[in-house]
Ligand binder design. Structure first.
Ligand code: NDP
Length: 280
């Protein structure tokens, strides 16, 4: 019998992560031996625990909050997009070197393409300027977006994002204060909600959604919320009411996982099985 592929996810906390169920279901469906564990590790212990897993020759792993940035210093190499984004969510052992990748970026693009949203030549408005927004900029620019405007409530955060990514992307990239959203929504073809404001049962999510000028968007615009808990966020409810095309964050979660699975196993990810496992 061949040894199982050994994988896992580092996070703090990590009990909520849906990645184990998604990858285990994929492995079962393909009949391959694969172990995928949760590694709950506090930030102060990350270096030690990552080294222990490398010493044990783990095949690969994911990272979630708050480790996506800190892990960069602990790896042998970083793929250029992950380096530009400044965050690694997937590590692959390649020729005995641990290489960091960011599959959130292509994961978002694939989820939109699957939902029939056109990215090529799109005028994108990203709300938020944290790690998820950085991945969205790289993923959508790579998929052919023509213009991307990053709207941040702290304008300096948006400006810093644009300054650090401008050399890496091949599209018009600009930052603007969130208070100037009207002007950008007016001509936007795709809005990406990339803040944590719509997450969980945040009582201010409605207020945040009401503040976004959804009514200013053209009728053929699409709105995606990267948050997937709840699946229908306050922003998507508003966009739906206007009759706009909406995409929830589950597709991005699925596709970032599918891309990682393919990197680790060399096999085509069984998307339907993985999607079902996420919905359970
Ligand atoms: P960060 O904490 O790095 O960034 C959050 C951003 O949202 C910051 O710019 C923050 O601004 C802004 N923000 C938060 N609350 C508000 C608000 N009320 N109004 C305006 N701006 C606000 O988080 P991430 O970028 O890592 O993640 C963002 C969300 O994306 C997460 O909640 C997560 O659920 C989702 N996500 C989904 C993925 C998927 O696979 N579907 C993958 C990755 C992330 P400030 O700094 O001023 O607070």
């Amino acid at each position: 019998m061949t040894d199982p592929i050994r994988l896992g996810i580092f996070g703090f906390p990590v009990a909520h992560s849906k990645s184990p169920q998604m990858h285990r279901a994929a492995a079962r469906a393909l009949g391959i031996a694969l172990e995928y564990d949760r590694f709950e590790v506090a930030p102060a212990n990350l270096a030690l625990e990552v080294k222990a897993k490398h010493d044990a020759r783990i095949d690969g792993y994911n990272l979630t909050v708050p480790h996506k940035e800190a892990v960069i210093a602990l790896l042998d190499d970083i793929a250029p997009p992950a380096r530009a984004i400044g965050a690694v969510n997937t590590v692959v052992r390649t020729d005995d070197r641990y290489v960091g990748h960011n599959t959130d970026a292509p994961g978002l693009a694939r989820s939109l393409e699957e939902a029939g949203v056109r990215i090529d030549d799109a005028r994108v408005v990203i709300v938020g300027a944290g790690g998820a927004a950085r991945a969205a900029v790289v993923g959508l620019a790579d998929a052919g977006a023509a213009e991307i405007a990053v709207l941040a409530r702290r304008p300096e955060q948006g400006e810093a994002l644009v300054e650090s990514l401008a050399h890496f992307v091949d599209c018009i990239l600009e930052a603007a204060p969130l208070s100037e959203a009207d002007w950008h929504f007016d001509s936007g073809t795709l809005v990406v909600q990339a803040t944590s404001a719509t997450l969980g049962s945040n009582p201010r999510a409605e207020e945040f959604a009401a503040m976004l000028p959804i009514d200013a968007l053209p009728p053929d615009a699409a709105v995606v919320d990267m948050v997937y808990e709840p699946l229908e966020t306050a922003v998507l409810t508003r966009a739906k009411k206007r009759g706009l095309k909406v995409v929830d964050g589950l597709g991005m979660l699925l596709h970032q996982g599918a891309i990682a699975f393919e990197m680790w196993t060399g096999l085509t990810a069984p998307l339907d099985v993985m999607r079902e496992a996420l919905r359970d």
